[in-house]
Design a protein around this ligand. Structure first.
Ligand code: URA
Length: 251
């Protein structure tokens, strides 16, 4: 409750039965599940590489990203921003591109929008230090925070696809239009992508869409809808585990 207050979401309790919320959330999540095939395709990781091999692949990918010169953004960035979080996390959150603070610090979502994202994630039990991995479509900051250009996305998306293949998340949350549309290879507006379970890549990973925290800072009235999305994503995740207790990481 404190988290919801902290991110500016009013708490509403049903007049009829304040205890019915969790069940209603769950039912809403279940009934809204429709599956959409994504034309984007994640390369599946080799079957069961050893932990040492997996670690080596992560490090090789990270080095490639940090040294990348595939697009002109490498000329203006301070550094590449790879991703953050446990590499066994069930959850993967995907944003658009590093901003000024991320470019300076080399970590996604560490500016003001990142603080709101952290609060949103905490509200559903997620923390980048323990159980959620966070990455962006673009690894380099576009000057002036302009939208990524199609050729920049085309150059950079393969890195994200390889991260996904290594991480093998159980669920993905795309925050914002740019991440959602590029991952789903669609131009459908964000509002119409919400409230559904899309599927990503060869592993058919469930993908849920919500607003970008920077948008929510500009449009606080939509925080309520973002909270619905987060509850929906949580219910999808819980249904995957069929009630099994989990700390949010693969065993
Ligand atoms: N916005 C994003 O989409 N990603 C970040 O890392 C920071 C801001």
């Amino acid at each position: 409750m404190a988290y919801l207050e902290a991110i500016g979401i009013d708490l509403w309790v049903s007049r009829r039965d304040s205890g019915a919320g969790a069940a209603a959330d769950h039912a809403a999540g279940a009934s809204a599940v429709t599956e959409h095939a994504s034309s984007a395709s994640a390369a599946a990781a080799d079957p069961a590489p050893s932990p040492g091999e997996t670690a080596a692949r992560w490090e090789a990918l990270r080095s490639e990203v940090l040294l990348c010169t595939r697009c002109p953004l490498h000329l203006t960035r301070t550094q590449g921003v790879f991703g953050v979080g446990p590499r066994r996390a069930d959850w993967l959150v995907i944003g658009e591109a590093p901003g000024a603070e991320e470019d300076r610090r080399g970590e996604p979502f560490v500016g003001v929008a990142g603080q709101l994202l952290d609060a949103m994630l905490r509200a559903i039990g997620l923390d980048r230090r323990t159980n959620v991995y966070i990455a962006n479509v673009l690894k380099s900051r576009p000057p002036g925070n302009r939208d990524p250009r199609p050729e920049e996305v085309a150059a950079c998306l393969p890195y994200l696809v390889r991260q996904i293949a290594l991480l093998q998340p159980k669920i993905m949350l795309a925050v914002g239009r740019i991440a959602a549309q590029n991952l789903l290879a669609t131009s459908v507006p964000l509002g119409r992508l919400r409230g559904q379970v899309h599927r990503f890549g060869e592993l058919n990973t469930p993908l849920v869409v919500t607003y970008h925290p920077a948008y929510l800072l500009r449009t606080p009235a939509d925080k309520r809808k973002a909270w619905e999305d987060l509850k929906f994503a949580r219910s999808v995740y819980q249904q995957l585990g069929q009630g099994a207790l989990t700390d949010g990481n693969r065993s």
